[in-house]
Design a protein around this ligand. Structure first.
Ligand code: ATP
Length: 293
């Protein structure tokens, strides 16, 4: 049976989530397809709804919202054979940018109904998955600040405001990290494990990242003085930070990070505190509906 479950975050994208519901209903009724729409009422609920849907007769689970909603939905369905559809309705929509998904709801839904899929890697840290990226350091601090102000500003602008605050106040971390079997020790501002290319509302952090290659593209920004950092940071929007000598790139399937003090993690834009920092590319991929498989 070809049935669709739409998990809608009504408050995503400054309430854009709520506005797309009539469009979904109109098209699904016109096409006479079986569907259900469930609205989330609180943080974390999309994961519970998706996990329940895995045991039901839905072929496709559609996340309607931003990167945070997609992150929650995929955590509920990872490891199952269900297909993930995405209707971008967030402020940043960084995964949609990497996947080149249509921004208009009608076009995104049309693509979902065509149902062409791509098998995409997932990152895993203990029992949690991420699809776009996970990062520690300056970025997690900036993202946490951006999350609190993005009710007032657009995704990219909120990130820039938060970045200016973070850059001027942040202190680097001396840490050891191991990528597969190779050990590194340095004073870092941030480490980002990228599956997708973009984050932070369109920053091209890992221009060569490939969602299907089975590897993280790991971007390490070492400690530099604040003035140089102010110059470097905006270049990430165009992927031009790759030319700085303080920026290193690696590829790896497993990454461990050992820090002197506990760090926050930013996974797909959601901030969490964790004790153990161990990441790996998950064994099982996720089928995601795209325009051009
Ligand atoms: N009914 C709700 N009320 C308040 N928050 C909710 C509700 N449903 C979901 N959320 C939370 O809203 C947060 C933001 O969602 P999401 O990331 O999808 O949108 P966004 O922030 O606008 O987009 P993006 O992450 O692409 O910038 C998520 O952490 C999610 O858990």
């Amino acid at each position: 049976m070809l049935a669709y479950l739409f998990i809608v975050n009504p408050v995503a994208g400054k309430n854009k989530g709520k506005k797309v519901i009539p469009i979904i209903e109109k098209i699904m009724k016109k096409e006479q397809l079986l569907y259900e729409i469930i609205l989330t009422t609180k943080i974390g609920e999309a994961e519970e709804i998706a996990a329940e849907a895995v045991g039901k007769d839905f072929s496709t689970i559609v996340a309607v919202g931003g990167d945070g909603t997609i992150h929650e939905v995929l955590n509920g369905m990872a490891g199952s054979d269900k297909i993930l559809g995405i209707i971008p309705a967030g402020t940043g929509n960084d995964l949609g940018r990497t996947l080149n998904l249509p921004k208009k709801t009608e076009a995104a839904l049309e693509m979902i109904l065509k149902g062409k899929t791509k098998e995409i890697d997932l990152g895993r840290m203990r029992d949690k998955y991420f699809i776009n990226f996970a990062s520690i350091g300056l970025d997690a601090v900036i993202a946490s600040e951006a999350n609190s102000i993005k009710k007032y500003f657009s995704g990219r602008f909120a990130y820039v405001v938060a970045a200016l605050k973070g850059i001027t106040t942040f202190k680097s971390n001396k840490l050891q990290f191991i990528i597969d079997d190779k050990k590194f020790y340095c004073d870092v501002l941030m480490i980002t494990l990228c599956n997708g290319i973009y984050y932070g509302g369109g920053m091209k952090v890992a221009p060569k990242a490939d969602l299907q290659d089975g590897y993280f593209d790991i971007c390490v920004i070492k400690n530099i003085n604040k003035l140089k950092l102010l110059l470097l940071f905006p270049t990430i929007f165009w992927g031009k930070h790759t030319g700085y000598k303080e920026v290193d790139f690696y590829k790896g399937k497993k990454v461990q990070i050992f820090a002197e003090k506990p760090l926050q993690i930013n996974a797909d834009g959601e901030i969490t505190d964790v004790e153990s920092l161990e990441f790996e590319v998950a064994k099982q991929k996720l089928k995601v509906i795209v325009n051009n498989p």
